[in-house]
Design a protein around this ligand. Sequence first.
Ligand code: AMP
Length: 111
Amino acid sequence: MNCIFCGIADGSIKSQLVYEDEDVVAFKDLNPQAPTHLLIIPRKHIARLSEADEKDALLLGKILLVAKKLAQQFDLKDFRLVTNNGKGAGQSVDHLHFHLMAGRRFLWPAG
Ligand code: AMP
């Protein structure tokens, strides 16, 4: 399988890592859409949230807690955490990832 984010998770593709543990990796987005724009991914290849199942419950919870930890570490008071599920929702990389963005005003509903 040729997956950029699996490559980042196993270190074979360079990235600006900001967090890693045995299950989760976070790094700076290559094309930031906000002053702070991080991506949080599971090491496990799950293509998108709709492909996750019950046995991923702990992993998904862990990702949210990593988001919280990074928000504290980067001193983000207000932030947006979002995942695009499927091409129609804007997903361009088929490995589950959560965008953690902050540092500008965000519109709601999201565009
Ligand atoms: P999405 O469109 O929701 O699938 O988000 C994919 C994100 O991955 C985009 O914001 C890209 O800028 C980002 N991206 C793609 N390749 C890399 C890379 N090698 N390192 C860091 N971010 C990347």
